[in-house]
Design a protein around this ligand. Structure first.
Ligand SMILES: [Zn+2]
Length: 272
């Protein structure tokens, strides 16, 4: 399975496979990748706190210093943290207290690799080529409902003077409306939060009744685009990989497709 399309290229470097966004490749000062199978970016070992070996391999492949990686704890919050410097000098910053309650990272510093992980959740990679600011953001449905995409744009504006019209936002592989099936509880929450968009008919699609329960499909990618555009990001600067993690689970880690033993992909971005 090759995931290349009009917006992304699928790179195969031995066991290291990743996609890159063509739009970001126009900027030589930025390095980025979304890590695919067969490598797994989930932590194992004591207390699940061993830095996954996959990071050293991906970092080596894309020319990023392994010890420059910072990865948030990801608790399905809308907390986005600005990284001024790393805590560890010789190793990645992972599992550290300051990262625990965080789902998004922003920096304007060079030689810091911002990495988030997913298995169906949305990962967004941001770049403002004018102010030279990057962000990597984990936006599962809970984060999407808490509008973490909007929180990120606002933080980039407030803390770095970024302008929305300069921002490029890349949407990595994630579960899509074809597979994001929910029940009344999540559907009701979605209706309540996003009624003011006036676009619920596009966002929520009625599914089948299974075992007496009405199912729905929710388009969290569309919600994310609506949130970004509401903040002033130009539609042509929102670059969608268009890849569903479940449909493409041969190469993309997917909780729904792979079950209890699911692994994690990673979305990484770095300024040289
Ligand atoms: Zn799908």
């Amino acid at each position: 399975m090759n995931l290349s399309n009009e917006n992304v290229i699928h790179v195969i470097d031995g066991e290291v496979e990743y996609i890159q966004f063509k739009r970001l490749l126009d900027f030589p000062e930025v390095v980025h990748a979304f890590g695919l199978k067969p490598l797994d970016y989930r932590a194992h070992g004591e207390n699940n706190q061993n830095v996954p070996e996959a990071y050293a391999k991906l970092a080596g492949s894309i020319g990023v210093e392994w010890s420059s990686i910072v990865r948030p704890g990801q608790k399905h919050t809308n907390h986005v943290l600005v990284i001024e410097s790393k805590e560890n000098q010789e190793a990645p910053d992972m599992f550290l207290d300051y990262l625990k309650e965080t789902d998004g990272l922003i920096t304007d510093k060079s030689k810091i690799a911002l990495a988030t992980t997913n298995a169906d959740c949305i990962i967004l990679l941001f770049y403002d080529p004018i102010k030279k600011v990057i962000a990597s953001v984990h936006s599962g449905w809970r984060g999407t409902f808490q509008k973490i995409a909007q929180v990120t744009v606002r933080k980039m504006k407030e803390q770095f003077g970024c302008q929305a019209q300069d921002m490029i936002v890349c949407i990595c592989p994630s579960i899509r409306v074809c597979h994001f099936e929910v029940e009344d509880d999540v559907k009701d929450m979605c209706e309540q939060i996003f009624a003011d968009t006036g676009r619920l008919e596009e966002i929520i699609h009625q599914g089948d009744i299974k075992e007496g329960k009405q199912k729905y499909f929710i388009d969290t990618i569309l919600i994310t685009k609506i949130l970004l555009e509401a903040e002033g990001v130009f539609p042509e600067n929102i670059i969608d990989s268009g890849i569903c993690s479940v449909c493409a689970s041969e190469k993309v880690h997917s909780r729904r497709a792979d079950g209890a033993e699911y692994g994690l992909g990673t979305g990484m971005i770095y300024l040289k």
